[in-house]
Ligand binder design. Structure first.
Ligand code: GLU
Length: 491
């Protein structure tokens, strides 16, 4: 296949979310697989909806995911600028070409007039559409009125007869009766283009070969192919991706679902993912398989995806978002990281809790906790105690099942004696000594080791006890058991 040039063209009007990330991923994969280029273009012509900081969030999100672009607003490129508000003159020039070729016309209708017509149409139960008032103003008169500074928009002159056949790579030919189509605005009265004109012009100028975008654009698709054809340009391959459904599979994913997802530690926003302990590998793998017909449980890295990707295997069928799958992919990718990589990624989760991380200790706990991690921040639940000076167990947790506080204190005291008598409490030394005590005491391992676990780690669930104690170290363990004993004696 010829090198593809693809783009991710978000509007900076909100957070980068799952849908955008998946669109960017597919565009990236196609470009990389074919030895082409992937570029970022910021579509900010709807100035009122632009949110400060949104562009940076998009850039940061793409970098975090590892979807590095070859051209973009912050790095430039052959077709700069890559921010549409900086390309205003380009769109004006192209709009003029359409006007000169009778494919577009200036429209002088005021917002009030347009609204009045709309209301009348609604009253007659008609679909609101432009009434065509300015469509037939003689070009010379229209040109004069524009030149005299009369406020106007530029509208596309849509054919009123016939049918538009638009070809989507996943859906085949889509036929639309031209009577259904409207004379859409291409240039607004503020001189900025609408998405319809800007995106078509930029895709042409930037030599985009494949337009991969969300299915919300299927409605304007016939208009878009008409614009491209009016210029006489070669059409890109159009790929409208599948929609995301709610986790229940019923209805489209909405804002409310993302609030719901937050409740159990998930999110559809990329900027939250890192905070929540997700890895870019897990997120990409999860996003990739919603809408791509590879096996649902295929564990793929970005480079494996580049090898296997094909736009022919994308599916137009809606995909229900399944957060359990995200957990699964995240956990799987965590297990595949090298110990060095994993420790580097875990460290910030400890430090953001104010813990001082000893790198040697961190290296040592990796084998103990990695199998237990679904998200990176789970390391806190399983390993924060390794980096604390003291732990503060709930006194009641120190009471073993079937024993009372006094009996549990006896056990703690005995353990303290045994461990104090040992020169080292490494796993191989401490375990046999403590197991011998379990045998002779007639207690169960659960009772004895349970007390020790809560005493030394401060919690009921922890990585394996003896390995943990070895890493915590003799002095700290003895001191923690001593504190536990005092707590038990006070109950
Ligand atoms: N700016 C459009 C959006 O954010 C881009 C659609 C496209 O990729 O062409 O939805």
């Amino acid at each position: 296949m010829k090198p593809a040039r693809t783009r991710f063209a978000p509007s900076p009007t909100g957070h980068l979310h799952l849908g955008g990330a998946r669109t960017a991923l597919y565009a990236y994969l196609l470009a990389k697989q074919t030895g082409g280029q992937f570029l970022l273009r910021i579509e900010d012509t709807d100035v009122k909806r632009t949110i400060p900081g949104a562009e940076q969030e998009i850039i940061d999100g793409l970098h975090w995911l590892g979807l590095d672009y070859d051209e973009g607003p912050d790095i430039g490129g052959k077709f700069a600028p890559y921010r549409q508000t900086e390309r205003r003159e380009i769109y004006q020039r192209y709009a003029k070409i359409l006007i000169d070729n009778d494919k577009a016309y200036p429209c002088f209708c005021t917002p009030d007039q347009l609204e009045k017509t709309r209301q009348e149409q609604l009253k007659r139960k008609e679909n609101p559409r432009y009434a065509g008032t300015c469509r037939n103003i003689p070009p010379a008169e229209a040109a004069k009125r524009s030149a005299d500074g009369e406020a106007h928009t530029v509208r596309f002159k849509m054919a009123q007869e016939g049918v538009t056949i638009a070809h989507d790579h996943l859906r085949g030919d889509i036929a639309t009766d031209n009577k259904q189509l409207n004379d859409q605005v291409l240039i607004k009265s503020d001189g900025l283009p609408t998405y319809h004109l800007a995106a078509m012009v930029d895709d042409h100028e930037m030599q985009i070969t494949h337009v991969i975008r969300g299915s919300e654009w299927l409605g304007s698709f016939p208009l878009h192919v008409n614009i491209v054809r009016a210029f006489g340009w070669e059409e890109p391959t159009w790929v409208h991706l599948s929609v995301f459904l709610k986790p229940s599979g019923k209805g489209k994913l909405s804002k409310r679902d993302s609030a719901e997802a937050n409740k159990d530690g998930h999110s559809v926003f990329i900027k939250d993912m890192e905070d929540l302990g997700f890895t870019p590998e897990g997120v990409l793998n999860w996003a990739a398989l919603m809408g791509w017909g590879v096996a649902e449980d295929d564990v793929l890295t970005l480079s494996q995806m580049i090898e296997r990707f094909s736009i022919d295997s994308l599916t137009p069928s809606p995909a229900a978002v399944n957060f359990q799958k995200l957990d699964h992919f995240n956990a799987t990718h965590i297990r595949r990281l090298t110990p060095e990589d994993l420790s580097a990624r875990l460290k910030p989760y400890f430090t953001r809790e104010g813990l001082k991380v000893n790198d040697d200790v961190l290296q040592k706990i990796i084998p103990l906790i990695r199998e237990r991690l679904t998200t990176l921040d789970d390391c806190l639940a399983f390993g924060a105690f390794f980096f604390k000076e003291d732990v503060s167990p709930t006194p009641e947790d120190l009471i073993a099942k079937g024993l009372d506080a006094k009996q549990s204190a006896e056990v703690a005291k005995k353990c303290l004696e045994i461990l104090s008598s040992l020169a080292s409490i490494d796993h191989a030394t401490a375990e046999p000594a403590l197991r011998a005590y379990v045998e002779e005491s007639g207690l169960t391992p659960n009772q004895v080791f349970g007390i020790l676990r809560v005493a030394t780690t401060g919690q009921k669930v922890s990585p394996p006890l003896f390995e943990s104690m070895e890493i915590i170290g003799r002095e700290k363990c003895l001191q923690r058991i001593q504190t536990a004993l005092q707590l038990l004696e006070k109950i």
